[in-house]
Design a protein around this ligand. Structure first.
Ligand code: GDP
Ligand code: CA
Length: 335
């Protein structure tokens, strides 16, 4: 069996690590046994800083799946130091609100040098994965640069006005607290899905939408011309996992992103925002948290296959259990 996952950074990586674990634990008679996992990773948060290409969601995947991540902090490399970062900030090359760790800088320098040598982001991503045994294949959603900017709403406080700032500045510097009126994906019109993403979708038996930020992680990928069509063209069942539990995002600031596009912070609202595949949307099925079990009937009435399951990925066991629920649910839809 082949499983394709559409994912963002931290939430996506936790889910994919759980899926990989579920495959590893599967007994011979389990359909998950020996399953291949392809992950289509968001590139909308990528940016240039200090002359380096930074790809936060891809690196969250790479570090989490290789065990190089800082589990305590929730992002970046374990055992990280910030000597170079201090120098870069002293030189005024990087802003004080964005720290690039020394080990992390190693990744960015390697990536940028390969890009400068003429390799595509997909080729660079393939190289970066060779260092560790990840057990899954990661594909950038697109090889074209798509830059997410945030339209700052209103005129509250000195920092606001009717203007646009880079998503990273809004997210990291302002912690998504500046009211946003929407997002603009510069370059998205010229973007196409990467070959790796298209191949993964073409071959998939099951397609899973990770519990990632619906707006800036999943939404950005869906806005790449041809991506939604590629995801929904094949008969493989498409099941999404809600990143919202009981009306709040878990370990994230997705609320501010949802508010900016006028979608309620509610597992049912997100499913309806993604839409049903048969109505030119994305989903066949949607997993909500047990806390949100009351939403299931309404979703089913609207045509979604829906089920309430434990959605908290507290550790590897709970993440693996969630991932295998998602696959079993999807397989149930295809038969
Ligand atoms: P980012 O790109 O690093 O922001 O990460 P993602 O977009 O992949 O995921 C962020 C989202 O993951 C957040 O909005 C959370 O709602 C969601 N998330 C994080 N941990 C969990 C969890 O344990 N369970 C579920 N269901 N969602 C989670
Ligand atoms: Ca992200």
């Amino acid at each position: 069996m082949r499983i394709a996952v559409i994912a963002g950074g931290v939430g996506g990586a936790r889910f994919v690590r759980g899926l990989r674990e579920a495959v590893r634990r599967a007994s011979d008679i389990d359909p998950l046994a020996g399953a291949a996992i392809d992950v289509i990773v968001n590139t909308g948060d990528d940016w240039w800083l200090a002359g380096l290409r930074i790809t936060p969601d891809f690196d969250s995947m790479l570090y989490t799946l290789s065990g190089q991540n800082d589990e305590q902090r929730g992002w970046g490399r374990v055992g990280e130091s910030e000597r170079v970062a201090g120098e870069l900030q002293a030189w005024g090359v990087t802003p004080e609100w964005f720290t690039l760790g020394d080990l992390d800088l190693g990744t960015h320098i390697a990536r940028t040098s390969w890009l400068r040598a003429g390799e595509t982001p997909s080729q660079v991503a393939a190289r970066l994965q060779q260092r560790w045994e990840l057990g899954v294949r990661l594909h950038p959603a697109t090889d074209q640069e798509v830059d997410t900017h945030v339209i700052i709403a209103g005129d509250r406080g000195a920092a606001a006005g009717s203007r646009e700032i880079h998503f990273q500045e809004w997210w990291t510097r302002y912690r998504a607290a500046l009211p946003a009126a929407g997002f603009v994906q510069h370059g998205v019109d010229r973007a196409v899905p990467s070959e790796g993403a298209l191949d993964a979708l073409l071959d998939a038996d099951v397609i899973l939408v990770a519990p990632s930020n619906p707006v800036v992680s999943i939404g950005t990928q869906l806005s790449i011309p041809g991506m939604l069509e590629a995801i929904t063209a094949e008969p493989a069942p498409i099941v999404g996992v809600s990143p919202i539990i009981g009306g709040a995002s878990v370990r994230g600031m997705a609320e501010a992103c949802l508010a900016a596009i006028g979608v309620a912070v509610d597992a049912g609202a997100i499913a309806r925002h993604y839409g049903l595949r048969r109505d030119a949307g994305l989903l066949d099925g949607w997993l909500v948290a047990e806390e949100d079990a009351a939403l299931v009937d309404g979703l089913e009435a609207d045509g979604f296959a829906a089920r309430a399951v434990p959605l908290w990925m507290r550790d590897l066991d709970t993440a693996a259990a969630l991932a295998s629920e998602a696959v079993a649910f999807a397989l149930g839809l295809s038969s």
